[in-house]
Design a protein around this ligand. Structure first.
Ligand SMILES: [Zn+2]
Ligand SMILES: [Zn+2]
Length: 57
């Protein structure tokens, strides 16, 4: 229990959820309740990405 419940994306808010894809602990703002993914995974997983730019890692 070193780092207790801090969102791994913004590292400022309290993490309330766990991403079922990558396992990251994220806050409410960075959690997709429908997909149960963190914002990062949800963004990549969504098929209909409205964003025109496609950035790949
Ligand atoms: Zn966050
Ligand atoms: Zn994730």
């Amino acid at each position: 229990m070193s780092v207790e419940g801090v969102c791994q994306l913004c590292e400022s808010r309290l993490a309330e959820h766990d991403c079922t894809r990558c396992g990251a602990s994220v806050c409410r703002l960075h959690y997709d309740g429908e997909m149960r993914f963190c914002a990062d995974c949800a963004d990549k997983a969504k098929p209909d990405n409205r964003r025109g730019d496609t950035f790949r890692l």
